[in-house]
Design a protein around this ligand. Structure first.
Ligand code: AMP
Length: 282
């Protein structure tokens, strides 16, 4: 496994691999790797000749009052984990490499960024689409891998790639969960024991919502209020949003039909957690 921190030498390496017709898969991450990231690396490894993992905590996707400065990092462990998972190349740039002092260009996806996380983090997705475009241009992979854990992000990136004619296939990978259902996240490291126990309410409430839908419930308000009731019973868990949306538009729906996403964001102490389930409803 080779580690690169600058764009020129990474491009040199990649261009010689591409000359040999190797297929390249890219897994963009912010590091502090866990099983969720590992599943993306393994999926890429199965579908490509070379898997490039990027690790970069992108400042432009954090608002000023968010956790950029505290975001967990452990590059030495990440290198070990990435190697074991089968990554061939890791790209770990610094801010000076990714953003020049006079960086003026941003990529914006309209509408899909307005609801869910876009509502409470209005600048977040501009940062995400900008950094992902830059990584796509630097690596020029055949395929790129994103987790359904960040469902809105994956949907926005698919739209961006389509709208901007970027010749990269976006592969969405299922959410990897802890044994008790909590979706794996680097931010879970912030949780103390008590918060960690309470965090299971996200998945439990989503599973309860699913059971209601299986029993025939189609009223979105009833679904979201049942989830809210469950979550508010846990003291210290503050709801940011609970929405039932259409997966294509990410707009709220009132009657469940077709491909839907139930998405939740909460704050547990200072830690923001998200989770979701996707369902096809007849
Ligand atoms: P992050 O490092 O949190 O920015 O995540 C990097 C990529 O890993 C994103 O595409 C995430 O959606 C994906 N990811 C994070 N957690 C999980 C998980 N629990 N299951 C599947 N994918 C995940």
């Amino acid at each position: 496994m080779k580690v690169f921190s600058d764009i020129v030498s990474l491009r040199e390496e990649l261009s010689s691999l591409k000359n040999m017709n190797y297929k390249i898969g890219l897994v963009p991450t912010m590091g502090y790797l866990h099983e969720g990231h590992i599943s993306l690396i393994r999926t890429s490894k199965g579908e490509n000749d070379i898997t490039v993992l990027s690790i970069y905590v992108n400042p432009t996707q954090f608002a000023l009052d968010e956790d950029l400065d505290n975001y967990p990092t452990d590059l030495e462990n990440d290198k070990k984990v990435a190697k074991e998972a089968g990554a061939d190349i890791i790209f770990i740039p610094c801010n000076e490499i990714m953003y020049s002092n006079n960086h003026l260009t941003y990529v914006t996806v309209d509408n899909l960024t307005n609801n869910l996380c876009g509502k409470s983090r209005p600048t977040h997705f501009n940062g995400v689409t900008t950094i992902v475009t830059k990584l796509f241009n630097i690596v020029q992979p055949d395929k790129a891998y994103f987790g359904q854990k960040d469902a809105q992000q994956a949907i926005i990136i698919k739209k961006m790639v389509n709208d901007l004619n970027i010749p990269i296939k976006i592969i969405e990978c299922p959410i990897v969960r802890e044994k008790d259902g909590l979706a794996m996240s680097s931010r879970n490291a912030y949780l103390n024991k008590n918060e960690r126990n309470k965090a299971t309410i996200l998945y439990k409430s989503l599973q309860y919502a699913k059971s209601l839908i299986i029993k025939g419930e189609r009223n979105a308000h009833k679904i979201t209020s049942n989830i809210a009731n469950m979550i508010t019973k846990e003291s210290g868990v503050n709801i940011d949003y609970i929405n039932v949306v259409d997966v294509n538009t990410l707009e709220d729906i009132s009657i469940l039909k077709g491909n839907i996403l139930i998405a939740i964001a909460v704050k547990l102490g200072d830690t923001r957690l998200i989770d979701n389930i996707r369902l096809e409803v007849q």
